[in-house]
Design a protein. Structure first.
Length: 119
């Protein structure tokens, strides 16, 4: 089994247990040597898109009183981005490109399993 296949399976499994930040997925891909600076963004988005398209996962951010937060804290709720999968990908790509570096803890987006998805 390839490293990327293992990362994909682990990512989906973790989404069923908790919210997973984008940076966590990026770190796994880098650690496995599955992507370098020239293709880390594309590799990451290519991994996420099928799960979004299938409805297996959802993307969003934690919000309280219209303020975003980097992670799940008391009083913050996960707000799903109500966007089609391709627009989610475009939004992630735009925000990541603005950073000019890999995202770190809590930046850009969180993923979780879609309600009712029992895979």
């Amino acid at each position: 089994m390839s490293d990327l296949t293992t990362i994909t399976q682990d990512f989906l499994a973790e989404c069923h247990e908790d919210h997973v930040g984008l940076w966590s997925l990026v770190k796994r891909i880098r650690r496995a040597g599955a992507a370098d600076d020239s293709n880390i963004l594309k590799t990451t988005l290519d991994l996420v898109l099928p799960f979004l398209s299938e409805g297996a996962i959802i993307a969003g951010q934690f919000v309280r009183d219209d303020k975003f937060h980097a992670g799940p804290l008391e009083g913050y709720e996960f707000h799903q981005w109500n966007l089609p999968p391709q627009e989610v990908i475009a939004k992630i790509e735009e925000e990541w490109t603005k950073l000019r570096r890999d995202p770190s803890g809590g930046e850009i987006v969180w993923f979780t399993a879609a309600v009712g998805d029992s895979k």
